[in-house]
Write a protein that binds this ligand. Structure first.
Ligand code: BGC
Length: 915
C-alpha cells in the first residue's frame, strides 16, 4: 500500500487547519493611530528614551473593547513580530490602550526603533498585528556632540536698534566638504543660540520656522534632527546656515531684557553620515567654517521686523558653486555642560495656513491689504518694484476710524519690514526671522505704475505644527464666531511657546494666560506635546525658593510672582491629566507643584496670603480704576494657595503617594478654613471688596463649609444681578464663571451672560468686529474707538477659556474619568440655540455629540469610540432611544443611559422649547 498520498493529505490538512485557525485568531481589524509618548507619530530625533505607547481600536462592527494587548519592539522591522529584540510585552490582560510604558532594553541616542501591537477584543478574539511604527532618537546628551558652537563677532559692528539695543546682523555660515563614498543615510543634528535656517547643496533642509524654538536658554537648548539623506551628493557637498538673533540674543519684553546681551548668536551642527560601505563620517561645525554678515538680511528682530537688501544676495552660496574666499573664518566656542542640549520635545513652528487678501485700497502710493482675519505669521509678497526702490511693509491689527494704521498697541515693537529691490520686476519675498500679529498690511515704495492687486500679499499663518483636534458649531452665528475667535487665538499664540499676545513688545509665556486657556486649547487642538514641553520650561524656570515666575521662559529674571500666575504649574498638569489620562504629566511636574505650594506657604501668615500682584487682571469697570480689579489680593492669594495645595494632593493621590496626599489635602483644608474665617461670614464676603470673582474663587475651589455654599451662591447671584446680568470678571474670575454657575444649577443665567451683546461680554467684541479674542472686554468699540491704554492686544487668548464650557456643556462632551475612558455626554440646550455639535479626538478615538431641536423635539446623535463607555444624559423627557443602550434611571426626565461604543440617536421632548 502506498502511504504517500495520505501523508501528503495529512500535511495539507494540518497546513489548512493552521491557516484557518490563524485566520480565526485574527479576523478583527488591527489597531490604528499608533503613537508614542505625548502623541508623536513616527518621530525623528525623538527626545524620550523611555517612551509610552498608545493605539486606538478600529471603529468596526463587533470591536467594543480591548481585553488584552501585546506590544513587540525591535531594532529592525524584519525582526517583527516574532523576534523582537528590544521588548516583548507578552500578552497583557488589560483594557489599557494608552500610555503603556516601554519596559525593554535601554535605548540610546540615534537608535532606530520599530514597534507594533495587537489586541484581543471583548470576546478574546485576537486582532492582526498592526502596521509597524517607528521612531528614531535624537542626540540625548551633551556628550553626543563632537561639534563646537560657531559664529562671528556680530557685536563688533555696533548696529543699534530702535530701543538703543545692540542688533546682531544675521550671519551666513558655510562649509564645503568632499565625500569619498556614496551615502546610505545622513542625519543633521543642529541647533542655535538664536534662530536658524539651513540648506544643503542649494536645497532647503526643512520648512521649519525659527527653529530651534524658545526654551530657558541658560538651562536647556533644544536640538533638531533632520533626515538629509536625499540632499547629500557623491563627492563635493556644501552646507549653509543662516542664523539670526531670535529670542536668544534679541531684546525681549517691554523692559528690554535679554537672555544675554553679551553673547552673539551661534550655531551648532553635526552632520552624521553612514556610507554605503558601512563606514561613518561626520561633518562638524568647527573652525573650518567660513562666515559673513554681508548677506541680504541686514537686520532681523522679533519685535521690530526684518530688513532685506536684494543687492546683497549671494546666489548659490549654499552650493558648491560659490567662492567664499572673502568670507571670514568663524570663531569657535566649546560646549559647556551647564546648558543641556536636548531634542525638541514638541513640534516646530510651520506655515500652516495661507490667507488671501480680501480687499486692497490704494491712496497716494500706499496700498493697504486687508486679510479680514487677525492672524500671526508673515506676509508672502509678490510685488512689482523698480531697481533701488525700498518697499516698506507695515502691519496693523485694525485700522483707526479715520483709516490710518492703529499701531499704538504694538508699543515699542516697530513691526516693520524693508525690502530693497536689486532690479526691475516682481519681487517674491517673505521675512524669515521675525513674525507679526496683523490683519492689515501696508505697502509703500513699490512700482506705482502698477495697480496694487490682491495677489501682492498673502498671509502665511504660522504656529507650532499641531493638528486641530475638535470642532464646535451651533445654530448661532455669533457663538460660531466666538468659536472661530478662540481657534484663531490659539493659532496666533502658540508660537513655539504659549504667548500672551503675538504683536506687541511682549509675546512672552505669561503663566496665567496659559493656565486659563490650556483646557480650551486641549479641545481644539492636539497640543499635549506643546504643553508638556512648556511645562518642562516652567519647572526649569522655578526659583530655588519655589517661586514660579510671571513669564516662562523667565527672561525678566526678577524673581517676582503672582497668585493665579505661578499656579499654572499645578493647574495645567492637572487639566492635561484629566484630558489625556497620562500620569506622566503629573510625575514630571509633581516636584514643581510641591515647590510652588511651599512658596505659597512662605508668604502667608496663619495661612492668609500676602502674595500680590496682577490679581483679577483687567476686570471690567473696576471701582478703583485699576487694571488689577477690585478683588482683594490677599483673598486671591489665599484662594490659589488652597487650590494649588488641593491639586497637589490630587496629583499625589493619582500617583499613589498616599502620605503626600494626606499632607497636601490637610493643608488644603486648613487654608480653606482660614480663608473662610478671614474673608467670609455666613457665605458673604466680609472686610474686603465684595466682587463676583471673590465668590467664584470660593465656590470653584471649594473653600467654604457646606452650610455656607448656598448663601455664597445667593450673594454671587446678587452681584451678577447688580451688574445687570453681566460679568465683572477679569483673567482669574472669568474661567470660573461657567463652572460655578453650571455646578450650582444656574445654566440659564450662564447662557444669558454668554449671549449678552452689551459690554462687558464675549459678543460685545464680536459686535465690534473681533475676529480673535481681545485682551480687554472693550479693546475697541465702534462708538468710542480704541481703548486709550496702549496695552490693548487684539489677539489675547485668555477669555477664550470659555471654549471649555462650550464643548463640555453646550455640546456636552466631558471626561468622566481621566483621559475619556468613560465619557459623559450631557448637553444643556437652551434658548437661543436650536442646535449645537462638537466632535473631539480623544486618546481612544472620535467622540461626537450633536443635538438639534425642532418644535420642542430634541434629537441627540452620539458617537462613542471603542474601548470606552459613556454615560449619556438626555435633556427633556425621553421619547425614543436605541434598544442596545441601557437606561440607568427610572425616570423619563433627563434620563441617563449607559452606552457602549457605537453611534446612537436619542429623542426627547423639551418643554422649554415647545412654544
Ligand atoms: C500681559 C498679560 C499678562 C499681564 C500680567 C500683560 O502685559 O500681556 O496678559 O498676564 O501682563 O498682568
Amino acid at each position: 500500500m502506498n502511504l504517500k498520498p495520505s501523508f501528503y493529505m495529512l500535511m495539507c490538512i494540518i497546513v489548512l487547519c493552521t491557516s484557518v485557525s490563524c485566520k480565526e485568531q485574527a479576523t478583527i481589524a488591527e489597531a490604528q493611530k499608533l503613537t508614542i509618548s505625548e502623541g508623536f507619530e513616527n518621530p525623528l530625533g525623538f527626545y524620550d528614551k523611555t517612551p509610552s505607547f498608545s493605539w486606538q481600536l478600529p471603529v468596526s462592527e463587533g470591536v467594543l473593547s480591548q481585553s488584552a494587548y501585546q506590544i513587540v519592539v525591535a531594532s529592525s522591522p524584519d525582526l517583527l513580530p516574532d523576534n523582537a529584540d528590544l521588548w516583548n510585552s507578552k500578552k497583557q490582560q488589560t483594557a489599557q490602550s494608552t500610555w503603556v510604558k516601554y519596559a525593554g532594553a535601554a535605548l540610546q541616542s540615534r537608535q532606530k526603533v520599530y514597534w507594533q501591537v495587537k489586541y484581543w477584543d471583548q470576546d478574546h478574539e485576537s486582532s492582526k498585528w498592526s502596521e509597524i511604527s517607528h521612531f528614531e532618537l535624537g542626540l540625548l546628551s551633551n556628550s553626543d556632540w563632537k561639534a563646537k558652537w560657531i559664529g562671528l563677532d556680530t557685536k563688533r559692528e555696533k548696529v543699534i536698534g530702535s530701543q538703543d539695543n545692540i542688533l546682531h546682523r544675521p550671519q551666513y555660515l558655510r562649509k564645503g566638504f568632499e565625500l569619498s563614498n556614496d551615502v546610505a543615510s545622513a542625519r543633521l543634528y543642529i541647533t542655535a543660540k538664536g534662530v536658524f535656517d539651513v540648506a544643503i547643496n542649494g536645497e532647503d533642509v526643512s520648512d521649519d520656522v525659527m527653529p530651534p524654538g524658545y526654551t530657558p536658554y541658560k538651562v536647556r537648548i533644544e536640538t533638531i534632527t533632520y533626515d538629509v539623506t536625499d540632499l547629500i551628493e557623491s563627492g563635493q557637498n556644501t552646507i549653509g546656515i543662516e542664523v539670526a538673533a531670535g529670542w536668544h540674543s534679541g531684546r525681549l519684553g517691554w523692559m528690554k531684557t535679554y537672555w544675554s546681551d553679551t553673547e552673539t548668536p551661534k550655531v551648532l551642527a553635526q552632520l552624521e553620515l553612514i556610507m554605503k560601505d558601512g563606514s561613518r563620517e561626520m561633518i562638524l561645525s568647527d573652525d573650518t567654517w567660513k562666515g559673513t554678515t554681508n548677506g541680504p538680511i541686514r537686520v532681523s528682530e522679533i519685535y521690530d521686523g526684518e530688513t532685506y537688501d536684494a543687492n546683497l544676495e549671494m546666489p548659490n552660496w549654499t552650493t558648491n558653486n560659490f567662492d567664499d574666499k572673502t568670507w571670514e573664518s568663524v570663531n569657535t566656542f566649546p560646549l559647556t555642560n551647564n546648558i543641556r542640549l536636548e531634542p525638541k520635545r514638541h513640534t516646530t513652528v510651520k506655515t500652516k495656513i495661507e490667507l488671501a487678501t480680501q480687499e486692497v485700497v490704494e491712496k497716494e502710493g500706499t496700498a493697504v491689504f486687508d486679510l479680514q482675519q487677525n492672524m500671526v505669521g508673515v506676509p508672502l509678497l509678490k510685488v512689482p518694484m523698480k531697481k533701488g526702490q525700498i518697499l516698506k511693509i507695515r502691519f496693523a491689527e485694525k485700522l483707526s476710524p479715520d483709516g490710518t494704521f492703529y499701531t499704538e498697541n504694538y508699543r515699542s515693537a516697530q513691526s516693520t519690514n524693508y525690502y530693497t529691490a536689486s532690479k526691475d520686476g516682481v519681487i517674491e519675498w517673505m521675512p524669515k526671522f521675525t513674525f507679526h500679529g496683523f490683519q492689515y498690511v501696508e505697502l509703500s515704495g513699490y512700482d506705482t505704475s502698477k495697480t496694487p492687486s490682491k495677489d501682492w500679499v498673502t498671509g502665511l499663518v504660522q504656529y507650532s505644527d499641531f493638528e486641530e483636534n475638535g470642532t464646535f458649531t451651533s445654530s448661532h452665528e455669533k457663538l460660531n464666531q466666538l468659536q472661530s475667535n478662540i481657534v484663531w487665538g490659539l493659532r496666533g499664540n502658540f508660537f513655539d511657546i504659549p504667548t500672551d499676545c503675538p504683536q506687541r513688545d511682549e509675546r512672552m509665556g505669561w503663566t496665567a494666560d496659559a493656565q486659563v486657556f490650556a483646557p480650551a486649547s486641549m479641545f481644539n487642538a492636539d497640543v499635549y506635546k506643546f504643553w508638556a514641553s512648556w511645562m518642562q520650561s516652567v519647572g526649569e524656570s522655578q526659583y530655588d525658593n519655589g517661586a514660579v515666575p510671571w513669564v516662562v521662559p523667565d527672561v525678566l529674571f526678577n524673581n517676582k510672582v503672582s497668585a493665579g500666575w505661578g499656579d499654572a504649574c499645578t493647574i495645567i498638569p492637572w487639566k492635561i491629566y484629566l484630558r489625556t489620562g497620562d500620569k506622566k504629566i503629573l510625575e514630571e511636574n509633581f516636584e514643581t507643584m510641591k515647590g510652588w505650594v511651599k512658596y505659597h506657604e512662605s508668604v502667608t501668615k496663619n495661612y492668609i496670603s500676602k502674595m500680590g500682584f496682577f490679581a483679577d487682571w483687567l476686570q471690567p469697570l473696576p471701582e478703583n480704576g485699576d487694571n488689577k480689579g477690585d478683588t482683594s489680593k490677599s483673598l486671591i492669594g489665599t484662594a490659589f494657595f488652597a487650590h494649588s495645595a488641593n491639586l497637589t494632593a490630587k496629583t499625589a493621590k493619582a500617583l499613589g503617594k498616599n502620605e503626600e496626599f494626606e499632607k497636601y489635602n490637610s493643608l488644603y483644608k486648613s487654608v480653606a478654613k482660614a480663608f473662610e474665617n478671614k474673608f467670609f461670614k455666613n457665605g458673604k464676603v466680609k472686610d474686603v471688596a465684595e466682587t463676583q470673582t471673590s465668590y467664584l474663587l470660593a465656590l470653584a475651589f471649594g473653600l467654604l463649609s457646606d452650610e455656607n455654599n448656598a448663601n455664597a451662591k445667593k450673594h454671587l447671584l446678587e452681584k451678577i444681578a447688580e451688574a445687570d446680568n453681566h460679568l465683572r470678571t477679569g483673567f482669574l474670575g472669568t474661567p470660573l464663571l461657567s463652572e460655578v454657575l453650571d455646578n450650582t444649577g444656574e445654566i440659564d443665567l450662564m447662557y444669558k451672560i454668554l449671549f449678552n451683546e452689551t459690554y462687558p461680554s464675549w459678543f460685545y467684541s464680536i459686535n465690534q468686529g473681533a475676529t480673535t479674542i481681545w485682551e480687554r472686554w472693550n479693546s475697541y468699540s465702534k462708538k468710542d474707538g480704541f481703548n486709550p491704554q496702549n496695552m490693548n492686544s487684539l489677539n489675547h487668548y485668555a477669555y477664550g477659556a470659555i471654549g471649555e464650557w462650550m464643548y463640555e456643556r453646550i455640546a456636552g462632551i466631558a471626561p468622566l474619568e481621566a483621559g475619556y475612558k468613560t465619557i459623559r455626554i450631557a448637553p444643556v440646550p437652551k434658548e437661543p440655540l436650536t442646535s449645537a455639535a462638537a466632535s473631539l479626538n480623544t486618546p481612544y478615538g472620535k467622540v461626537v455629540s450633536s443635538w438639534k431641536i425642532k418644535e420642542g423635539k430634541l434629537t441627540l446623535d452620539v458617537t462613542i469610540p471603542p474601548n470606552t463607555t459613556a454615560k449619556v444624559i438626555v435633556p427633556g423627557v425621553i421619547s425614543n432611544f436605541n434598544e442596545n443602550v441601557e437606561m440607568l434611571s427610572d425616570k423619563k426626565e433627563n434620563a441617563t443611559f449607559l452606552v457602549q461604543p457605537g453611534t446612537y440617536q436619542f429623542t426627547s421632548k423639551l418643554e422649554s422649547y415647545e412654544n
